[in-house]
Design a protein around this ligand. Sequence first.
Ligand SMILES: Nc1ncnc2c1ncn2[C@@H]1O[C@H](COP(=O)(O)OP(=O)(O)OP(=O)(O)O)[C@@H](O)[C@H]1O
Ligand SMILES: [Mg+2]
Length: 212
Amino acid sequence: MRDLEETRALAVDDSAALLRRLERDLHDGAQVRLVALALSLDMIKTKLADEVSLDLSTVRRLVDGAHENATEALTELRDLARGIHPPVLDDGLPNALATLTARSTAPIQLTVDVPERPSPAIETIAYFCAAELLTNVIKHSGATRATLSAVRQPDGTLRLRVSDDGQGGAEAGLGSGLTGLLQRVRTVDGTLDIRSPEGGPTIVTVDLPPHA
Ligand SMILES: Nc1ncnc2c1ncn2[C@@H]1O[C@H](COP(=O)(O)OP(=O)(O)OP(=O)(O)O)[C@@H](O)[C@H]1O
Ligand SMILES: [Mg+2]
């Protein structure tokens, strides 16, 4: 019961923080651009209404500015949407994980067996977990070998596992990465298990329900 209360409180905190960030990003980004765009269009309208002393070079300058603001607003919105649902997931989790391992500076052995597509929320959490865990391997482990696997269990659970043969000592609470993952995973009733004795190896297992 206490676990449930805590998880719910974290989920509420998490979504409140996300909403605040979205609000700020929209306010400082796309909204500023769209206000400027509306202003430019308004000035263009005024200029065009005065046919007698129509100064085409000024209108052209205003149109250029308006176009630039529209383009910038689009970029801002696209980047914002990217942070919510990474576009790399458009082609499914297996492809996204393959891209992730291909970009990694260390060799990573990848195993994927996910016959049915999990829900978008689960895919996103799995992807963010894989990204953070692989980053940790590269930053902290000193490993020569690492593996990443995503395998659907007989009961439908999606099991994501990252292991490395490095020095061990991974612990949530020392930084914000693992703690953040723990909170994210708990919002969908998933679990995150860290086995990382001194001297290694490190095995982190994330179990997620197929839908959330
Ligand atoms: N694969 C690993 N091998 C060895 N140590 C690890 C590994 N992963 C994490 N650690 C240790 O656990 C600590 C906590 O990791 P965590 O991801 O929470 O924080 P961080 O990576 O230091 O910072 P952040 O993720 O906030 O940028 C790390 O500082 C590191 O000491
Ligand atoms: Mg980290």
